[in-house]
Write a protein that binds this ligand. Sequence first.
Ligand code: EPU
Length: 338
Amino acid sequence: MLNTASQIQQQVQLAAYNSFGVPAMAAYFADVRSLGELRRALEFARDKNLSVQILGGGTNVLFVKDYAGLICHMNIQGISHLPESGMVQASCGENWHEFVSYCMNNSLYGYENLALIPGSVGAAPIQNIGAYGVELAQFLVEIEVLDRERDAVRNFSRAECEFGYRGSVFKQQSSHRYVVLSASFKLSAHNLPNLDYQALKAALPEPGITPQQVYDTVCRIRRSRLPDPAELGNAGSFFKNPVVSRDKYDALQSEHGKVPSYATEDEHLVKIPAAWLLDRAGWKGRRRGPAGVYERHALVLVNTGEARGEDILLLAQEMSSSILSQFGIGLVPEVQLI
Ligand code: EPU
């Protein structure tokens, strides 16, 4: 077992720990592999009066400047499942896509639509990851967290997590009070393909679709539309899709013709793809020095080489101001700015 002194490194370059690949220095950095290590790292930060940033896979963050506190990189590993029951538990440091593949290979179905989403299991509930008609919340049973305020481990049921579109109770608290340790899910032994998402349905043969076909098709669509962060730095969708009133949506349609939309739980509200707005405003493929917009998807900001966090942020600000002046809609980042 490592002692605290050897576990915590000083002046660590974070370029390898964020999928934008932007440089930033962490004054202190801990690669956390157990609950004990997490507790010791947090104690170290308390003693030195350092702020703490919990980091998962770094796939949904943008470091805009150096970090003067302690970065806790959550790297606790382990997956276990109870055959027959559909229950599976994964530790926070497991890679999300590898977890989805583990489920597929063990006949635990439901998350095929979330294949290839970059990031870790521990980060997935924070923003309730979702794609192709499925959200993490659908099959989640509970989350085990360390409550930093009480220094106690506790569980959050799905209801207590207050999941919403790209959000949860954990995202609302900026203080990082709760650190996700593991998540438990109940998946199905039966094939229940979710083909609500048109692009997915259109790409699959009918009938008799297998989970493996859904998984393969999602991987293929994602690879064709979204850049691989290992090749081109990016964090997927940079902004959330904005939700507007139906009146606003009707006004947009009378001005701009057919505007794509997604239904929401509230019939008075409509979700509009931010990608469509940005594309209409001419952002696809544009560059601002080393920062740019992916040429195949207007919602994906990319680091074309030597971009710093500030370069990406300035481009994002320019993009959101243009959408505000052109459509009267404010865009909110989905990516967490650190
Ligand atoms: N579109 C454009 N121009 C573009 C790209 C898309 O006009 O350059 C239009 C498309 O024609 C389509 C609409 O925008 O009508 C939606 O595009 P897409 O299907 O790519 O989905 P999205 O709304 O941009 C959301 C999630 C993605 C998720 C996909 C698939 C958000 C913010 N993004 O993207 O999640 O993979 O749906 O379910 O909710 C992520 O969160 O990082 C992410 C990639």
